[in-house]
Design a protein around this ligand. Structure first.
Ligand code: HEM
Ligand SMILES: *[C@@H]1O[C@H](CO)[C@@H](O)[C@H](O)[C@H]1NC(C)=O
Ligand SMILES: *[C@@H]1O[C@H](CO)[C@@H](O)[C@H](O)[C@H]1NC(C)=O
Ligand SMILES: *[C@@H]1O[C@H](CO)[C@@H](O)[C@H](O)[C@H]1NC(C)=O
Ligand SMILES: *[C@@H]1O[C@H](CO)[C@@H](O)[C@H](O)[C@H]1NC(C)=O
Ligand SMILES: *[C@@H]1O[C@H](CO)[C@@H](O)[C@H](O)[C@H]1NC(C)=O
Ligand SMILES: *[C@@H]1O[C@H](CO)[C@@H](O)[C@H](O)[C@H]1NC(C)=O
Length: 496
């Protein structure tokens, strides 16, 4: 009953909005296919793979329409942008996040990903030093150790036919994030278990469901819904994890300063890893609260591991789908390492040029975060249109990665395009796998280092085969495959 009433209210709002639409002559053209009252709402209905097909369709139609369109979600007008220059302008003018990010807030709070503008500005400045190159260099040993662990774990799948590599990559990457950024070792405990991973998967599904049910966008209505209760169940598990991290590390920190003395502990070290920096800010400078630390920990756990693991999964599958690419990758690895199974060093990383091209091309081809959403806190004047204040704007990385600036072969997987600086698109947002403008991913350099080291170890040992055309994807906040069983592996012989 309540649902029916809400839908009726929602439809009458639709009628009013319909009459008011396009008052502004500079508005971008409407996306084709709007129906009376519901607008383009039908494009985002259905399960997560149908939703993703709808969003992809919107991206292609926006590209056809020149790069900017207005989309009507029932009573709500939003914008959809695929033009790289316009995206950059919007991303740097309006830094406030919207819609889906608000739905993530009960979990991630004021962490960097979802935080309100004022808090974000302050905390991003405080936390940037934790991702300075000099901190990241300290992680190389851990990256190597964890990559070797992955190679060893994968051994059971050799010559066994197709399997889901994500099952191996995800726990490995999650543990790597914990060991590096958070400096906690869970190997002897059961906290990093499937319960946490399940809760994470579920909460992302609930957030998408809420996005599709426009009437649940309001907190008042949502608080009464069954979905809210299911979400609260997940939150218990997720927050238990981050609270445990916080308690454990705080005790260690206090114990350390007690033994070494505050002076020694903070002097001489300019850059500290993320968690140490946070604790120092909280304990010595009183600049962040326990709740804020917990929210930063939750954000790092999610933003750091799910994205990296999914990108690695796509990379393995794509390399497995293109034997020519794999051959070139082997050649580069042979040139740099020969027969040697040694650790990958900082110097090696700068020589793995083709591997880096493969990773970037994979992220262009299958962007893990295919749309990012901003709230326009002012009118934004673009080259051809003016966007109105207070509306949400969808910046489509998926669309930007298929914009004509990439040339006619944009639908092809071609790592070679990254090797010729001259022919690469000039706009910095043409590649936006790590986001756009000033709110770009804080872990970008971390992620490239960790992914390069992991993939170098994997491809030094294994030949991978697969066919990415057999995979369909869905939108679970991140772009994820619908089902597993993607690659098969065999041991490489005689360096070929
Ligand atoms: C391949 C791996 C990764 C991908 C594809 C990726 C992608 C992204 C994207 C697209 C954004 C922008 C989101 C938006 O504007 O709404 C972002 C932001 C962020 N990422 Fe990453 N990321 C990766 C790895 C990491 C890692 C390893 C960490 C941390 C250790 C991390 C932490 C963050 C944080 C904290 C933000 C929010 C930044 C802010 O708003 O200030 N990410 N990431
Ligand atoms: C989504 O629905 C379509 C059509 O009903 C179905 O073919 C597909 O398997 C579903 N996908 C998922 C992930 O449930
Ligand atoms: C702006 O308008 C010009 C001329 O109609 C068109 O060629 C171009 O694609 C448009 N660009 C954007 C981003 O809308
Ligand atoms: C690290 O910090 C130093 C000194 O503050 C700065 O010059 C350098 O640009 C930083 N590096 C990165 C990658 O942020
Ligand atoms: C909804 O519930 C949350 C707690 O679960 C509460 O913090 C929030 O104020 C509620 N919002 C409304 C509008 O009732
Ligand atoms: C939190 O996790 C610990 C360790 O797994 C467990 O003993 C405890 O019961 C959990 N608490 C809640 C509220 O789930
Ligand atoms: C505290 O630090 C001392 C010396 O570093 C160590 O021996 C002890 O085990 C630590 N205690 C705890 C509870 O971590």
């Amino acid at each position: 009953m309540l649902t029916v009433a809400l839908i009726l209210v929602f439809l009458s709002c639709g009628i009013l909005a319909w009459r008011r639409r396009n008052r502004n002559k500079d508005e971008p053209p409407p996306l084709p296919g709007a129906l009376p009252l519901i607008g383009h709402f039908h494009l985002i209905l259905g399960n997560n793979s149908q939703l993703w097909n709808g969003v992809k369709k919107v991206a292609y139609e926006t590209l056809n329409a020149g790069g900017v369109t207005s989309v009507y979600l029932g009573p709500r007008t939003v914008y959809f942008v695929t033009d790289p220059d316009d995206c950059l302008k919007i991303a740097n003018t309006c830094l406030q996040k919207d819609i889906v990010y608000k739905f993530l807030k009960p979990w991630l709070g004021e962490g960097l990903l979802t935080g309100d503008l004022q808090i974000w500005k302050e905390h991003r400045k405080l936390l940037n030093p934790a991702f300075n190159q000099s901190v990241l260099d300290e992680f190389i040993d851990i990256f190597n150790r964890m990559a070797r662990r992955l190679v060893k774990d994968l051994e059971v799948e050799v010559d066994k036919g197709p399997f889901d590599q994500f099952d191996y990559i995800q726990p490995n990457v999650l543990e790597t994030i914990c060991l590096t950024a958070l400096a906690v070792d869970f190997s002897d405990e059961s906290l990093l278990n499937s319960e946490y991973i399940n809760a994470l998967e579920n909460i992302l599904k609930y957030v998408v469901e809420r996005f599709q049910k426009l009437w649940l966008h309001s907190d008042v209505v949502f608080n009464w819904s069954f979905l809210k209760r299911k979400q609260d169940e997940c939150l218990k598990i997720l927050h238990n994890m981050s609270n445990t991290v916080l308690k454990k590390r705080k005790a260690e920190y206090l114990n350390n300063t007690l033994h070494k003395g505050t002076e020694d502990a903070t002097k001489g070290v300019k850059f500290r890893p993320f968690m140490d920096l946070l604790l120092e800010l909280a304990i010595e400078k009183d600049a962040v609260s326990d709740r804020e630390i917990r929210e930063h920990v939750d954000t790092m756990l999610f933003a750091g591991h799910d994205t990296t693991a999914t990108s690695l999964m796509y990379t393995m599958l794509l390399v497995g789908s293109y034997p020519e690419v794999q051959k070139k990758l082997f050649e580069e690895l042979n040139n740099v390492f020969g027969d040697d199974d040694r650790d990958i060093t900082k110097q090696d990383l700068s020589q793995l040029v083709y591997l880096e091209a493969v990773l970037k091309e994979s992220m262009r081809f299958y962007p893990v975060a295919p749309v990012i959403i901003r709230l326009l806190d002012q009118d934004v004047k673009l080259r051809n249109y003016t966007l109105s204040k207070d509306r949400a704007c969808f910046l489509s990385t998926y669309g930007v990665h298929r914009h004509p600036v990439w040339g006619p072969d944009f639908e092809e997987f071609k790592p070679e395009r990254w090797l010729d600086f001259e022919t690469l698109p000039k706009c910095p947002t043409a590649f936006s796998g790590f986001g756009m403008g000033r709110r770009v991913c804080i872990g970008k350099t971390y992620a490239m280092m960790s992914m390069k080291i992991t993939m170098a170890h994997v491809f030094r040992r294994y030949r991978v085969s697969g066919n990415h055309l057999l995979m369909t994807t869905k939108l679970d906040v991140l772009q994820k495959p619908v089902s597993g069983h993607h690659v098969a592996i065999e041991i490489r012989k005689n360096n070929t």
